[in-house]
Design a binder for this molecule. Structure first.
Ligand code: ADP
Ligand code: MG
Length: 205
């Protein structure tokens, strides 16, 4: 079972990964966007880390809804509302439970990813964060490690794609040949989940 502390540690591990990889994310965004994705993710998840250090949400769902709210309020641009929606909707889907199963988290993440697709109007293959999230969510109920691998593979598979949503889509064919920054950061979010599960002693169903 995954308890509230697991979710706090997942968010802390995500904040550490975004901080560590901020320069790489910004370089990716410099190629096909406006070179702010790393600083957006660092600022947003650092704020999430701060608020989770001060407040003590009592359930897994409330950790994620609080995190999502803070991402929306601290990150401008496309990624703040999209990541905020992902975490808020996932948290809402977890309800009031004190502990959740890996399968329940997988279902809730599915609802969160669907909400991201609805908000942004993107689908698989449009060269967005969804290209990392969709394959990860498909396997996360069975294995956190496989979800991490699927997210990484999905992010790398955005390289040959032409962007159809967001700022990168303005480049048309010139967006081809670069990894999507949001897919790269989504792989970090899923990687932090696998890292947290691994530190808790496996956790795979
Ligand atoms: P901005 O594009 O406003 O500068 P960021 O650079 O922080 O915001 O985030 C860019 C990332 O947001 C993209 O790499 C992409 O993954 C994601 N993104 C942008 N628009 C959409 C959308 N409509 N649907 C899903 N993801 C999107
Ligand atoms: Mg940007």
């Amino acid at each position: 079972m995954l308890d509230t502390d697991f979710f706090r540690r997942w968010m802390a591990a995500t904040a550490a990964a975004m901080d560590r990889e901020a320069d790489r994310l910004t370089e990716l965004d410099a190629a096909i966007g406006d070179a702010d994705h790393g600083s957006n993710m660092r600022r947003g998840f650092s704020a999430v880390g701060d608020v989770l250090g001060k407040e003590a949400p009592a359930t897994p769902g409330s950790v994620l809804t609080l995190a999502g709210r803070h991402l929306i309020s601290t990150v401008g641009g496309a990624s703040g509302p999209l990541y905020g929606t992902l975490l808020r909707r996932t948290g809402k889907a977890l309800g009031d439970a004190q502990e959740v199963t890996q399968e329940q988290l997988a279902e809730a993440l599915g609802a969160g990813v669907t909400a991201v697709a609805e908000l942004g109007g993107a689908k698989a293959g449009d060269k967005t964060m969804l290209d990392a999230l969709l394959p990860a969510v498909a396997v996360v109920g069975a294995s956190f490690d496989r979800a991490r691998e699927a997210a990484l593979a999905g992010a790398l598979e955005t390289v040959p794609l032409q962007a159809r949503k967001g700022r990168a889509s303005y480049l048309g064919e010139r967006s081809i040949g670069h990894q999507d920054p949001g897919a790269a950061s989504s792989a970090l979010l899923v990687g932090a989940l696998a890292e947290t599960a691994g530190a808790s002693g496996g956790g795979d169903a």
